[in-house]
Design a protein. Structure first.
Length: 279
């Protein structure tokens, strides 16, 4: 098993940090998978490094990365850049994915010769599942998309938070794990409101040609369970897999204390989907 860390300077302020997990003995012509974390998530959260290792062992070279404005800086595990979190938009995350893909295709991001860049998959957890669809749908460089407990609608903000932002310019969402109040600024709300058509997940899956694999825990939040059903119903080319007993993080926590049956089931289903031969 090999792991290589990388850092891409997007501009003077923003940096894309990630890790490449790969295993040469797992075979040639390996597909490449980009792993997108969710809201209040980060690449080193809980099970994510373990998941990347396990996928690599199964012949799927995996890149897990932090979105440049996810609020986690050089510490890699602490929300020490809350100002950036407060202005993290879908537009910013899609630009991050575009920059990462360009570095892959141009060869600026070093990948072994046994990786097939034409077999590029995008996987996203929770809000990251929305990013995976927004970025991947009908993208000629993306062969398929996987969502883990993914969102069906991009607007995650209730009226109370919206009123707070309207009145003061910033609202706050509590992070129960860290005890921090996470800021959300007006630019985030405007990005959602001004791009409703562009960010319509159900419409995108109804027209996209690539296969979509929806993996959802049976015990996830009701809105996400119902959202998975709506995405599957709307999608042109999808498969829906329920993970028995699985909650929003497939019964794992941060810091990682070991795997679980639901997580192993999600990994197994992901491998089966990504490794399926496609013309």
């Amino acid at each position: 098993m090999q792991k290589q860390s990388f850092s891409i300077a997007l501009d003077e302020e923003l940096t894309l940090r990630g890790d490449i997990h790969t295993e040469e003995s797992a075979g040639s012509a390996q597909p490449l998978l980009l792993f997108c974390h969710g809201f209040k998530g980060f690449k080193d959260w809980g099970s994510f490094p373990y998941v990347a290792d396990e996928l690599a062992k199964q012949g799927i070279t995996t890149i897990r990365f932090n979105f440049s404005c996810n609020g986690v800086g050089e510490s890699l595990t602490e929300f020490d850049e809350l100002e950036k979190f407060g202005r993290n938009t879908y537009a910013r995350e899609l630009a991050d994915l575009q920059a990462l893909t360009e570095h892959i295709l141009s060869g600026e991001l070093p990948l072994p010769d046994y990786v097939d860049k034409t077999k590029l998959y995008v996987l996203g957890h929770s809000k990251g599942g929305g990013d995976a669809i927004l970025f991947g749908a009908n993208n000629p460089h993306v062969a398929g998309i996987v969502t883990w407990n993914g969102i069906a609608h991009v607007d995650l903000f209730d009226e109370k938070l919206r009123r707070q932002i309207e009145e003061t310019g910033v609202g706050y969402i509590a992070n129960a794990r860290t005890g921090q109040d996470m800021p959300i600024t007006r630019v985030v709300i405007e990005d959602v409101d001004n791009n409703r058509q562009q960010y319509d997940i159900l419409e995108l899956v109804s027209t996209m040609e690539q296969p979509l694999c929806i993996i959802t825990g049976e015990k996830d939040y009701v809105r996400l369970v119902e959202g998975a059903k709506r995405i599957h119903q709307a999608a042109k080319n999808s498969e829906l897999h329920w993970i028995e007993g699985g909650d929003h993080t497939f019964n794992t926590r941060h810091p990682f204390a070991g795997t679980s049956a639901p997580l192993e089931a999600a990994i197994k289903q992901t491998v089966a989907f990504v490794r399926t031969p496609r013309t």
